[in-house]
Ligand binder design. Structure first.
Ligand SMILES: Cc1cc2nc3c(=O)[nH]c(=O)nc-3n(C[C@H](O)[C@H](O)[C@H](O)COP(=O)(O)O)c2cc1C
Length: 169
């Protein structure tokens, strides 16, 4: 039987359009995916941005992206041996996923797996995320991605469900 996992990063706290949120937008989508497909989860966690207001975070994230920094994540990379399908999700930060996700990408091998990228965003859609995932995992079967506005996720479960049913889940 095919097994799936959702690997995601999500930033709780002060954010664009949704105010100060306790659970990040992408984490909510990851929750829907697990609920609807039974997928396991691996959350990429860093405490680097804890408690930061929106504007300083925007500036720090831009600096990290410009410099190609790879901030460390907590714990160690997941063992993905048992999974055929790997959902990858995160917010769009400056046109792609947050840099800490790329730190994890260097530590995992998705060759031969089906990889399903998704984003939450406030206008950029998938931005460069699918291309960047393809570059990180050239031997994976990277499918078309799914994007949803961050401010829509709390009322957007039906959209996620529709997307997943289109994938055959
Ligand atoms: C540092 C930072 C950079 C962002 N850059 C973009 C962007 O380039 N394009 C976009 O559409 N939204 C951008 N956003 C908005 C987030 O993508 C959006 O709020 C997302 O839903 C946040 O997800 P999260 O709550 O899971 O972290 C940015 C937000 C932050 C905090």
């Amino acid at each position: 039987m095919s097994k799936s996992i959702v690997i995601f990063f999500s930033h709780a706290g002060d954010n664009y359009n949704v105010g100060n949120i306790e659970v990040g937008n992408t984490k909510i989508v990851a929750g829907y995916i697990s609920e609807l497909t039974g997928a396991d989860q691996f959350e990429i966690v860093t405490h680097k941005y804890d408690g930061m207001a929106y504007t300083p975070l925007i500036n720090l994230a831009q600096e990290e992206a410009d410099n190609g920094e790879l901030p460390p994540y907590e714990g160690s990379a997941p063992d993905l041996g048992q999974y055929d399908t790997v959902f990858i999700g995160g917010p769009v930060w400056w046109g792609t996923y947050p840099q800490v996700m790329f730190t994890l990408f260097k530590d995992i091998d998705l060759s031969g797996k089906t990889v399903v990228p998704f984003t939450t965003h406030e206008g950029s859609g998938l931005a460069n995320c699918v291309g960047d995932v393809k570059r990180a995992f050239p031997k994976a079967n990277v499918t078309q991605g799914f994007a949803i506005y961050g401010h829509e996720v709390r009322t957007g479960k039906a959209k996620v469900e529709k997307w997943l049913s289109g994938l055959g889940h």
